[in-house]
Design a protein. Structure first.
Length: 142
């Protein structure tokens, strides 16, 4: 839990957020995979994998810009769901022979790591429910 509260307090801009950087990295890896000729045969999988992987970082960014902790937690929860979805599509791509077991382990592992990083942060935000980010709970100036 210490980690989640540290992030909420110390992150001054999006580039300070490790889980965001990890999501951008995973999306770049997935983007490289789906450019392969083998993927061109499977438009649906390519489209779904592309959309879900790009959505992770986008939702984290959108959540980071929210005013209340509950709003932020909602976006991070959606990002977590997109990370799980991306992992599932990567598993399908591996089963179809579009990516290797090693690529699934590396990039799929990043997706799972993203979910593990977001979960305590979501829990922290739901409990704290600050109405205005940047002000501690109970601050009289609200």
């Amino acid at each position: 839990m210490r980690c989640a509260s540290c992030i909420a307090v110390k992150a001054k801009n999006l580039s300070d957020v490790l889980v965001y950087r990890k999501a951008v990295e995973a999306a770049a890896e997935i983007s490289a995979y789906i450019k392969r000729p083998a993927f061109r045969k499977d438009f649906d999988l390519t489209d779904q994998l592309s959309r879900s992987s790009r959505r992770i970082a986008a939702l984290i960014a959108e959540g980071f810009g929210q005013i209340t902790d509950r709003q932020t937690a909602d976006y991070y929860g959606r990002a977590r769901g997109s990370a799980y979805e991306s992992y599932t599509h990567l598993t399908t791509a591996k089963d179809a022979g579009y990516i290797t077991e090693g690529e699934l382990t590396t990039t799929g592992g990043k997706c799972i790591e993203i979910t593990k990083m977001l979960t305590p942060w979501i829990n922290y935000l739901q409990r704290s429910n600050w109405r205005q980010r940047g002000q501690p709970p109970g601050d009289a100036s609200r």
